[in-house]
Design a protein around this ligand. Structure first.
Ligand code: PLP
Length: 416
């Protein structure tokens, strides 16, 4: 190896080395090595995350916060250490601004039912964008129905980019909340959050960011971003299902009423009435997903070793490589061609149904998603019932994409 190629080798992202940490990626599917390209739906889990969850159950399983015995103390310490890891991960100011939820969906519903229900009245408006996941549409429709508020939608253009002229126009004197995704799961579009948040801030309107598709792919700093709420799911971040996070600014969270009632979220209870616990426990009724939170902490620690800056750069490289390779497949049309995109390749092929594409790829051990991706309005906008979607993670390689393209060419020859 000469010096120049050694130097370039040093800068290469060692995807294969990290991939070895993921037991499931070592298995074969339908007799073929697995090419897992469904990471926007959920990511695979590295051994340290699996070990962390197993260690909790084999060594310190107990209920938290209420126990006086050693196990309960250990479980509480580990759970709260995980909260601190999440805080540092997104650079929240205080640990009490990190609320554990079941995932992004629950986090957004929490804001809709607590903040939204308290603050919205007839004629008030909630502004979202045209590329949202159902999780960032339906909770707002529900709270609008309950309060008489109105849902406004800033439309997208043909590339799948939110039209900022419309966003600006719709951000009006009755807007009480803006709720937008960081990255679209159906299109890969990265929203111009800095601009959106600055516009909302200028009018004193709080902003919720749905970060489900962002946190595993790019560093997030909620203070620098200056959002008011940020929601994400552990399972898209190499952690288990059933654990997620709502970040909220303390001043807002303090003023919000609890949503779910029950154990742990109270300070006192009598039949005449109850008083609420401090943050973040006010929003964490009942026994939480203790093992999940601890494993989320382990996933964050693991991702820290991989390095999110390097992940972001590598996934952009894969995205460019995959986009170019897919463009050469006969009859393929990319859905979502925004200038700023994350590693999501959504497409349709003339004469082939998205589900058939998914099924054909599956026989080659290639896992992608086919459907509306919980973003029916996006499908409607592009005039398609469904798309096939390959979504990337740092353990994917060019070889995975080569296999995808090869299998698609085969499918086109067979069916189109
Ligand atoms: N928001 C976006 C952009 C998503 O991609 C998803 C899941 O695909 C969600 C919200 C909902 O996440 P969860 O099902 O983990 O609550």
């Amino acid at each position: 190896m000469n010096l120049a190629s050694y130097a370039s080798h040093q800068h290469e992202f060692p995807a294969a080395r990290w991939r070895a940490d993921f037991p499931l990626l070592q298995r074969s599917v339908r007799g073929m090595p697995l090419a897992y390209l469904d990471n926007a739906a959920t990511t695979q889990k590295p051994q340290p995350v699996i070990d962390s969850e197993a260690r909790y159950y084999t060594e310190i399983n107990a209920n938290i916060h209420r126990g006086v015995h050693w196990l309960s103390e250990q479980a509480t310490l580990a759970h709260e250490a995980a909260r601190e890891r999440v805080r540092a991960f997104i650079n929240a100011r205080e640990t009490c601004e990190i609320i554990f939820t079941r995932g992004t969906t629950e986090a957004i519903n929490l804001v809709a039912q607590s903040y939204g229900r308290a603050k919205l009245g007839p004629g008030d408006e909630v502004l979202i964008s045209g590329l949202e996941h159902h999780s960032n549409i339906v909770p707002w429709q529900m709270v609008c129905q309950q309060t008489g508020a109105v849902l406004k939608v800033a439309p997208i253009d043909d590339t799948g980019t939110v039209r900022m002229d419309e966003f600006r126009r719709l951000l009006g004197p009755r807007t009480r909340l803006v709720a937008v995704s960081h990255v679209s799961n159906a299109l890969g579009t990265i929203n111009p959050l800095a601009e959106m948040i600055a516009l909302a801030r200028a009018q004193g309107v709080p902003v919720l960011v749905d970060g489900a598709q962002a946190v595993a792919h790019t560093p997030v700093d909620v203070q620098a971003m200056d959002c008011d709420f940020y929601a994400f799911s552990g399972h898209k971040l190499y952690a288990p299902t059933g654990i997620g996070v709502l970040y909220g600014k303390r001043t807002l969270l303090d003023a919000m009423p609890p949503w779910l009632g029950g154990g742990d979220m109270i300070r006192t209870v009598s039949f005449e009435g109850s008083t609420w616990n401090d943050l973040p426990y006010k929003f964490e009724a009942g026994t939480p997903n203790i093992a999940g939170a601890i494993a989320l902490g382990a996933a964050i620690e693991y991702l820290g070793r991989v390095g999110l800056q390097a992940v972001a750069a590598y996934e952009q490289e894969l995205l460019t490589y995959g986009s170019e390779a897919l463009a050469a497949v006969p009859g393929l049309r990319m859905i979502g061609t925004a200038a700023h995109k994350a590693g999501i390749l959504s497409f349709v092929i003339d004469g082939l149904h998205a589900h058939d594409i998914g099924t054909v790829l599956d026989t080659d051990g290639i896992a992608i998603r086919a459907g509306h991706h919980c973003a029916m309005p996006v499908m409607e906008f592009f005039g398609v019932a469904a798309t096939a979607r390959a979504s990337l993670a740092f353990y994917n390689t060019r070889e995975d994409l080569d296999r995808l393209v090869q299998a698609l060419r085969k499918a086109v020859e067979m069916f189109a």
